[in-house]
Design a protein around this ligand. Sequence first.
Ligand code: SAH
Ligand code: SF4
Ligand code: F3S
Length: 463
Amino acid sequence: MVMNNTFYIETMGCQMNKLDSELVAGQLQNLGYQPADNPTQAAVIIFNTCSVRQHAEDKVISKIGQFRRRHQQQKDLILAVIGCMAQRLGQDLLDSHQQVDIVCGPGQIHQLSKMIADIQNQRQRLLNLNDPAENENLENLDTSRQHHDSPLPFMAYVRVMRGCNNFCSYCIVPYVRGREHSRPIEHIVDECRQLTENGVKEITLLGQTVNSYKYQDNNQTFTLADVMKKIHDLPGLARIRFVTNYPRNFDERILHAMADLPKVCEYLHIPAQSGSDRILKAMNRHYTAAQYADLIQKARDIVPNITIAGDFIVGYCNEDDQDFNDTKALVQKIRYKNCFIFKYSPRPGTRADDKLADNVPDPIKRRRNTELLELQNQIACEDNQQLIGKSVEILVEGPSKKPHLNIPQNQLNLDDPVLQLTGRTPGDQIVVFNGTRKLIGQIINTKIEKASALTLFATYESP
Ligand code: SAH
Ligand code: SF4
Ligand code: F3S
């Protein structure tokens, strides 16, 4: 049965969107709405969308399509599309989908509950796109957050900045998330304090280019390293992470903070996007493959156990075999822990889409994607073998999604049964092991027995 104060949110896209969904859910719960387990039970259905690739948008359009009939039958159903795709498509989304009631950009989500109430009082359709004048009100949404209902209450994302100024030629993010804006450091520290007082052990600081955080207060400039220093000694906090980094003008103080502050995890997600200087230039990335490799070397010199993760785009406009070979050479040189590899997807309104033809055929994009992934997996698998026999510290996140290991028969029928759990090392490696539910949310030691490219298989050692 549908109760008219129930809502359901489905989230696509990056960590920013996950955080936004959490904030929207908190806002609705404060007003007395209840989360529903699935969309069929909910009176308000929210899609928090991503625009970074066409595929992400297609998925949402197909999901929206499934609601056409139900919207006609259930007159009080409210369908809201929020986030980056809502911002990109705006009025078009309302025009082409009668079942959509609300289109709300990522900069206006603090107004979502009011919009829902307005519709419930007076049936109408609402469009609300980003307005930089609303930044302060948007900021209030982050600072007034509650984290209690999260499925992983011991881990939290904290935004340090919004938007991006880089305008990489292929990327839609600056258009849908607006210009770079660093949050006041005292707001970030207060938010982290509140979270740790409520049991959060791991905080991930978020920004599209998190390493360029800069906040000026009374002639003093605070950087990301300062944020990490200021939150480091919060009681209960065990781990600090930060994503995602941009390679140009990388502030070395961040690397020193990683080396000097024990709670800062030795993990750097720093996308290169390509190993070809010609393509990097066309992408407007402002660095060469050699400069990128030098930066990674410097990171390894300052933080010896650091793990590196990256992103690559294959099949960018005019990418030829030589360019792709340069990308493979960079992957070989860096030895990433893992890489996210994407086929170039033209985004309307970006410079690449305006000026360049998407001229690498899809089968070649697919082949390069597979080839790069195979190379990366082979490297990660080799490097992970070095960890066998070692003891690693993990934060246990919960049951693993698929069974990997046999659970000993004699452990199956205990009061607190043994199940397969996953956790992450400070270097962000995924560890699977057999243990009991009470370990979830704890930091424990495990011993690595076996390793594949993306997973370490371990046994439980000690708390
Ligand atoms: N701010 C982050 C990335 C945000 S988007 C950064 O600069 O690192 C996440 C990843 O999506 C990017 O790193 C890039 O690899 C990929 N991406 C962005 N636009 C894309 C496009 N048009 N086609 C394919 N992949 C894209
Ligand atoms: Fe997009 Fe480039 Fe900004 Fe990352 S740095 S969000 S890839 S424009
Ligand atoms: Fe997607 Fe928006 Fe994040 S476009 S990747 S959800 S910032």
